[in-house]
Design a protein around this ligand. Structure first.
Ligand code: AMP
Length: 282
């Protein structure tokens, strides 16, 4: 329901075909795909954990925050996610205007034709519009020439304050894991001291095994997770055909780490009094 190219149900079925026991759906900033994914998981017999990948920022730096099992009706969380989604939609005209200034014939409708019924519009949809218009050959090329940070059609958008969002997810009975923290960064940040601070705010885990992390980065992050008592997770960050080299199952999370997340979510739910949506266990 954001920038992946499979429907939630298709994704869950493909996860089963890939041999996974359990899969999490983590659309950008929306829970809209959970019911369809959970129904498909029950039908075909695969575990399912509802999640989201929330756009946050800390000291002007973008951080993607995975939130598992929050109550999606918790109003303070809904309000903050709405602000993020509004920022996403509001950025489209800015990017389109910048592309037009570069002489590219593109309209907002071209972009929204790509995002269709997605709840979260993103740069990949602008990239898809550029592909459909024949301006570039792929999403990657669109990011490289126009949409990536520092490129001519890049535009900032609102992201939720990191600490606030960690607390909101906990308040909604969920748990948070920092997504691919050292992927696509020139320096390894957040470092151990900052991750320790994040743990004090309420962070539960670090996504260690991710295709954007080199083997030595994974080793260092795994050691940090161990030192700090944080869960270490792994994920494909699969986007269907929207992202190459992120095949389903390319990285996985060990069963004991899944267990830790489920236990932490159960504790957060008890503390907050919020009903978290039920995970489908394999
Ligand atoms: P946005 O959420 O609009 O800021 O766009 C970020 C999304 O674009 C994330 O899902 C990224 O994985 C994706 N993305 C970033 N760089 C690329 C790229 N070079 N090719 C395809 N997708 C990308």
């Amino acid at each position: 329901m954001s920038d992946g190219t499979d429907s939630p149900g298709e994704l869950v079925r493909k996860a089963k075909d890939a041999g996974l026991d359990l899969v999490a759906l983590t659309d950008h900033d929306t829970a809209a795909g959970w019911p369809e994914a959970a129904a498909a998981a029950r039908e075909i017999g695969i575990g399912f954990v509802p999640g989201m990948e929330i756009s946050t920022q800390l000291d002007d730096r973008a951080i993607h925050l995975l939130a598992y099992l929050p109550d999606p009706t918790y109003e303070p969380l809904v309000d903050e996610l709405d602000a993020v989604l509004l920022g996403r939609a509001g950025r489209v005209p800015t990017m389109v205007a910048k592309l037009q200034e570069l002489g590219i014939v593109i309209t907002e409708d071209d972009v929204f034709a790509q995002s269709e019924d997605a709840a979260a519009t993103g740069r990949p949809h602008v990239a898809d519009a550029l592909v459909a218009l024949g301006v570039v050959a792929s999403r990657d090329e669109a990011f490289e020439h126009y949409l990536g940070w520092g490129k001519p059609a890049y535009a900032r958008r609102y992201a939720a304050p990191f600490d606030t969002m960690v607390r909101l997810v906990a308040g909604a009975g969920g748990v948070t894991v920092i997504a691919h923290p050292w992927g696509r960064r020139s320096v390894p940040w957040p470092d151990e001291a900052e991750l320790a601070r994040m743990r004090e705010v309420g962070l539960t885990g670090i996504e260690v095994d991710h295709e954007d992390h080199a083997p030595e980065q994974r080793d260092r992050l795994r050691a940090i997770a161990r030192n700090l008592g944080l869960a270490a997770t792994g994920a494909s960050d699969y986007h269907g055909t929207g992202k190459i080299a992120h095949d389903l199952g390319v990285n996985t999370t060990a069963a004991d780490q899944v267990e830790r997340l489920l236990e932490a979510a159960a504790a957060a739910s008890q503390a907050s009094g919020r009903e978290t949506p039920e995970a489908v266990l394999p």
